[in-house]
Design a protein around this ligand. Sequence first.
Ligand code: ADP
Length: 552
Amino acid sequence: MTNLQPPLMGAMMDQPLLISSIIRFAARHYGGSEIVSRRVEGDMHRYTVRDCEARARRLANVLRAQQVAPGERVGTLAWNGYRHMELYYAVSGSGAVLHTINPRLHPDQIAYIVNHAEDQLLFFDLTFLPLVEAIAPRCPTVKAFVLMSDRAHMPAASNSANLLCYEDLIDAASTDYAWPEFDEHAAASLCYTSGTTGNPKGALYSHRSTVLHAYASAMPNALNVGAADVVLPVVPMFHVNAWGLPYSVLLAGAKLVLPGAALDGKSLYELFEAEGVTFSAGVPTVWLGLVNYVLQNGLAFSTFRRTVIGGAACPPALMDTLIDRLGVKVIHAWGMTEMSPLGTTGGLLAKHRDLPVESQRAILRKQGHAIFGVDMKIVDDGGCELPWDGRTFGHLLVRGPWIVSRYFGGNSGDEGGDVLQDGWFPTGDVATIDADGFMQITDRSKDVIKSGGEWIGSIDIENIAMAHPAVLQAACIGVHHPKWDERPVLVVVRRPGASLTREEMLRFFDGRIAKFWMPDDVVFVDALPTGATGKIQKNRLREQFRDYRLPG
Ligand code: ADP
């Protein structure tokens, strides 16, 4: 066969992969599945997927009445709740682009991204009224601000013009709406990276990328979401679309529980128990709070069996506590905003079944295996591929249908230049990959500590420190050293009431790491700086320690 000959085409229906297809499917085939939300107004709200789809159709009519054109952006400043779900489906399903905004960003950054995205409408939860009033005068593209509540909760006086009431708009709209069909490559949603350095950059997801990501992420090797699950995403819907759960949970037919703004250990625990949650997802800092609450109060989970932890390295001590003391299986996951976000998930292979627990745990602690749809490799500074031996570390590159090819140009049209290297996206992470394909992150490229020409992975050092019973949080950074260029310094937050000295901390590392990885100093602080997604901000920490002098 010559390659000039046209291929024989398959004889299958050509149906675009659209976000509306998920909610249409869910409403028709799992219509009775519940969506339960803790409202920011304080009470609980429950309805079914069928109700959600009907209200999403009304909302699509609202968007039409507000003259939101296909491709135009609609912003949200909202917690995990049913109205946010309606926006997820109504905005993207009608052909507009859902722009979820992280409310924990600085107001200047929020105004920047609203303007960059040229949001036409901005929907927000009651909690964010003061924030919206502060930024409204600086957001000229926004034609109306919609408070996601009912008439009773509308402010008596507000200095922002064009303030609309969500429930009034829904009540006035008809459910008579047919989800349109269009190109599956059309933009569906927009999410900005947290911009720890420079301005935030927009990842513009398509319908196709979102549906494929939802499909793949629900699979057994990934998050394993099924119709018998009750899923509570602690990860916010403003953080990379809650890792795709608003889509994958509906696609799988599961029950969804949305915690609103109450993310403390007690509120979460009570919701887990009341709703029979089986599966959850969140960054490590959230689990620290929940696990501490459960252990301190001598409680146990009655239905909660699996959780995915990602967004930052899961401390091994946290994983051990969840598995051994609370009976919760931990799926360690890695990804990033630019990857929709899921790239790898942890888990064991059949051949690992009879390994001793400690060896199995070492595998589960890695960031895991690529899920179908994601390809990855590690390369040296010159771009040459490095071996998969579990020891050699290099820059981690990825490619796949839900990974960005460029950034969103926004109002300036500037897409940030060529982001790909020979068709691969550089993640900015440094990792090893072993012969079985398990990837382990050693560091962010910019956090790697370079000592005497060798790299020291800060994550390993932090993981060991966090295993000490007196340590609540730990971060390891490189500080300037006249001879070695950089040396590691460990910054520690002690557990309340616990005592721990510098010497005791250092002794804890004896025999656990190579001599030259041993931190040169331990500094105790009351808190570590965290960013808008709850991760420790090492760049701010390095800034704090800029003039720090190593002992001796
Ligand atoms: P931002 O980069 O703006 O903080 P992301 O949520 O996209 O926002 O963060 C992605 C980065 O978070 C990854 O590139 C990686 O450095 C880190 N990360 C995510 N998951 C893990 C994990 N399981 N282990 C270690 N690092 C992780």
